[in-house]
Write a protein that binds this ligand. Structure first.
Ligand code: NAD
Length: 287
């Protein structure tokens, strides 16, 4: 039997509709939520992500400021702008689009953001709070995945969860969230021996690798919940379309629940960025 495909777009729309009242309540008290997005360089994928984030803010009634810098900008210029934004009462969330050019120290930039405005949840203080099980901001992609579990009644308690990928953006925070939710978590990565032996045990399998159709049907336990975080562009000879890390057509015949690409985790990521920005504004307004 084919797995049920989780419609991330529909869930994202439902959540965004529920944000409207919160934004209106804030605006009525003179606290329109505001997000600043900094983009350094001309990476085409980053440009698309930033454009989508700004458009989503506009649709949600959130004020947004897009700040674009050339690839060779001096790090000090970016840090000075972040300092200004930290002090700007109209800005509740600050996001620096990653990756940054090599000469810019990513850690220094992320640590310059005031933790109360770090809506991506990448500041060390916020990573620590998440590790302690008391998050201030949950990183948007794994946060969106947790919302998908919740909306689909996936009980995580005692489940074997396997994550492929250990990045600071996806894999590691995903692991912390699943541990906090009562799952038994294994994090696999490029140095893992016999990956399939791990994935075949997984009740919950999260793929965040960045390799098209990396997870094949023989790697998946029958009835597993499979979350595909990957966003990969296929080469022109294969149609140039977006595709995930999971071989969707084959894996859906084995899994019980699966997320498609596009239309799965992607729309949820931006939605949770809006959620974090609204939450930051509500905290600032004392709500
Ligand atoms: P990353 O490159 O930082 O991390 C990839 C991880 O995969 C690494 O930890 C690496 O060890 C692991 N890996 C690589 N080869 C492997 C192998 N052969 N076996 C096991 N593990 C292996 O990437 P990331 O930032 O975590 O992103 C992962 C994917 O998710 C990318 O396709 C990215 O575009 C996508 N992504 C999507 C969203 C979204 O909103 N849907 C958000 C962030 C990232």
């Amino acid at each position: 039997m084919s797995a049920h495909s989780i419609d991330g777009k529909a869930l994202a729309e439902e959540l965004r509709a529920s944000f409207k009242a919160r934004v209106a309540a804030l605006a009525a008290r003179g606290h329109r939520p505001g997000l600043a997005v900094l983009l350094v360089g001309e990476d085409p994928a980053s440009q698309v992500y930033v454009r989508n984030k700004v458009a989503a803010c506009e649709a949600a009634g959130i004020f947004s400021q897009k700040l674009v810098y050339p690839a060779d900008v001096e790090q000090g210029v970016v840090l000075a702008k972040i300092g200004e934004l930290n002090a700007d009462p109209h800005i509740h969330g600050i996001l620096v689009q990653l990756p940054l050019p090599r000469h810019v120290d990513e850690k220094a930039v992320l640590e310059a953001i005031a933790p109360q405005k770090d809506v991506d949840g990448f500041h060390a203080e916020n990573v620590g709070a998440l590790a302690q099980g008391q998050p201030r901001f949950i990183p948007c992609t794994p946060y969106g995945v947790m919302k998908m579990f919740e909306a689909n009644g996936v009980d995580l308690t005692g489940k074997d969860a396997v994550i492929i990928g250990r990045s600071n953006i996806v894999g590691k925070p995903m692991a912390l969230l699943l541990i906090n939710a009562g799952a038994t978590v294994t994090v696999c990565h490029s140095k893992t021996r016999d990956l399939a032996a791990h994935t075949r045990r997984a009740d919950i399998l999260v793929a965040a690798v960045g390799k098209p159709r990396f997870v094949t049907a023989d790697m998946v336990k029958p009835g597993a919940v499979v979350i595909d975080v990957g966003i990969n562009r296929l080469p022109p000879e294969e149609g140039g379309k977006l595709c995930g890390d999971v071989d969707f057509a084959a894996v859906r015949e084995v899994a019980s629940l699966i997320t498609p690409v596009p239309g799965g985790v992607g729309p949820m990521t931006i939605t949770m960025l809006l959620a974090n920005t609204i939450e930051a504004a509500e905290r600032e307004a004392g709500q």
